[in-house]
Design a binder for this molecule. Structure first.
Ligand code: UDX
Length: 435
């Protein structure tokens, strides 16, 4: 099929490359000419495992093209995915200016039947607005359909998530639209949920909110564990074996971050309020999440006492492993706070340092975890990169000024750390004291 993807951000680029890999002719379009120029040369603006290879392979096979002309992309394709950003405004409301602009542009360039697919995460009823906008600005008398097809890609595993989804959600109004979407996703042999547009839009918001609620729930239980001396990993394991609960998203830590959960929750709370429902549960989820960072800092202070002029080695700055994304990463607030208190930060992250350097001007960036530990009063773990699991902890202990590890991601077993001589502080698990 001839597809164009408008918006070459995270979602657009992964979606476009994967559809090309499935054999479609894809144009990824964006009005950022510099970005498009880079992409044409195989320069990928984000770090996502496997994406660069996919882009290069499909560009060579002439299935994937990049264009700075949205109009041209619209004219030469049958299916148009809208994958532009929907950032949060100050009130938490999703800013849909980008969506409206694209809808208008599509309307002005419509030369034959087009299927317009809403891929960006948008508030319920956006589909309706896209349809109205196109109908208002359309010049020629051509048919079109709008469908909602929310994405559920996780950063770090986006390509695998696209190729092997738990489900594909299609919200459509006409048979033609439904059939085209089913045909497009047929190679994935996935479970497909076909529904109306509004329900599809809500599936996305409800899913992300539910996952965020699961994280805040386990973080709240971790606080209880801290108070009574229980172990959150044992509690989560026992809970997760119940098929109705499931083991995923029960890792306690410093809270969720990233480009989706915080923004989507704000937007969902805002929409609910607008339609007359005070979604207190989600407000609580958000509050618990923001408290997790304070909790970590409190734990740190309990052991370091004064932060001024202490050296703190920080491992991890991305909002989760396998990505260089630092948007809404809890680590940023934590590092800023430590610096405000006068601590000196030595930070190492396997991939997010170039982005972090632009934001954290005073931090000393290190070439590896050992350099971050050297001469530090404490090692603070903020992202659970696999690489950290295989660190030579005996070496780390020798490099630290004092053997203190504060782990915001529960990466290690407290008993093992005690055997290695560390004072090891984690989330919702008993503190072990080193010698
Ligand atoms: C999320 C959704 O999972 C995905 O379906 C949607 O399309 C986009 O938003 P992503 O933001 O890439 O994906 O990351 P995800 O793996 O869901 O993690 C989000 C945050 O939650 C991270 O900060 C992570 O560290 C945190 N998290 C996750 C926990 O703190 N505990 C957990 O058990 C799981």
């Amino acid at each position: 099929m001839k597809i164009s993807i408008i918006g070459t951000g995270y979602v657009g680029l992964v979606t476009g490359s994967c559809f090309a890999e499935l054999g479609n002719k894809v144009i990824c379009a964006d009005n950022d000419a510099a970005k498009i120029k880079g992409l044409k040369k195989g320069i990928i603006p984000i770090y996502e495992p496997g994406l660069k290879e996919l882009v290069i392979k499909n560009t060579r096979k002439k299935r994937l093209k990049f264009s700075a002309s949205i109009s041209e992309a619209v004219r030469s394709s049958d299916i148009i995915f809208i994958a532009v950003g929907t950032p949060s405004s100050d009130t938490g409301e999703a800013d849909l200016t980008g969506i409206e602009n694209v809808a208008r542009n599509i309307a002005l360039n419509m030369n034959s039947y087009k299927l317009i697919v809403e891929k960006s995460t948008v508030p319920v009823e956006t589909g309706l607005w896209v349809k109205r906008t196109i109908s208002t600005y359309i010049r020629k008398k051509v048919r079109f359909d709008v469908v909602s097809n929310p994405e559920f890609l996780r950063e770090g595993s986006a390509i695998a998530d696209f190729m092997h989804p738990d489900r594909v959600v299609i919200g459509a109004e006409s048979k033609l639209a439904r059939d085209l979407m089913l045909e497009l996703y047929k190679p994935l042999k996935s479970h497909v949920v076909v529904t109306d547009i509004k329900s599809a839009e809500l599936i996305k918001h409800a899913s992300n909110s539910f996952l965020a609620a699961k994280i805040s729930f386990i973080n709240a239980i971790a606080r209880i564990c801290d108070k009574v001396g229980a172990d959150i990993t044992e509690v989560a394991y026992g809970m997760g074996l119940d098929k109705r609960i499931g083991p995923g998203f029960l890792n306690a830590g410093i809270g969720y971050g990233g480009s989706c959960f915080p923004k989507d929750l704000d937007a969902f709370i805002h929409i609910s309020e607008k339609i007359g429902y005070d979604f207190k549960l989600l407000k609580n989820v958000r509050e618990i999440n923001s408290q997790q960072q304070q909790l970590l800092l409190h734990k740190l202070k309990e052991h370091l006492w004064i932060l001024k002029d202490k050296f703190i080695g920080v491992l991890g700055v991305s909002f989760k492993p396998d990505t260089d994304d630092i948007r809404n990463a809890p680590s940023i607030d934590i590092v800023n706070y430590l610096e405000k208190e006068g601590a000196h930060i030595r930070l190492y992250d396997p991939s997010a340092m170039p982005k972090a350097k632009k934001l954290l001007k005073k931090v000393h960036f290190c070439q590896d975890a050992y350099s971050a530990a050297r001469g530090s009063d404490c090692l603070l773990i903020l992202t659970e990169w696999d690489e950290f699991k295989s660190l030579d902890l005996t070496k780390i202990r020798g490099l630290l000024r004092r053997p203190l590890i504060v782990d915001g991601r529960n990466m290690f077993k407290p008993q093992d750390m005690q055997k290695k001589g560390f004072t090891y502080v984690s989330i919702g698990r008993p503190v072990v004291l080193g010698r």
